[in-house]
Design a protein around this ligand. Structure first.
Ligand SMILES: [Zn+2]
Length: 84
């Protein structure tokens, strides 16, 4: 999707909101909660042909934070290193 091609319909009419100034600001609705005190701004990629939307978190620090605070979805993969 980031390469400008829609994975759903194959159209090349993909637009990016990655440079929108409002995404990480106080009025940002384009973000997801990471914890009680932390929001991660999202980059949106929209196909204007079929309407498909993909979203990415652009800040590496937020991705790291999520990996620490959130539960892993598929726990059957890297389960070997479950030392406490
Ligand atoms: Zn599409």
């Amino acid at each position: 999707m980031k390469d400008g091609n829609c994975p759903k319909c194959g159209s090349g009419e993909v637009y990016s909101g990655a440079d929108l100034l409002l995404k990480g600001g106080p009025f940002a609705s384009n973000s997801i909660p990471v914890s009680l005190t932390s929001l991660a701004p999202m980059d949106n990629y929209v196909c204007v042909n079929c309407g498909y939307v993909e979203r990415y978190i652009s800040e590496p620090s937020k991705l790291k934070e999520i990996s620490k605070k959130w539960d892993k979805a598929a726990s059957d993969k890297n389960d070997e290193q479950s030392g406490e």
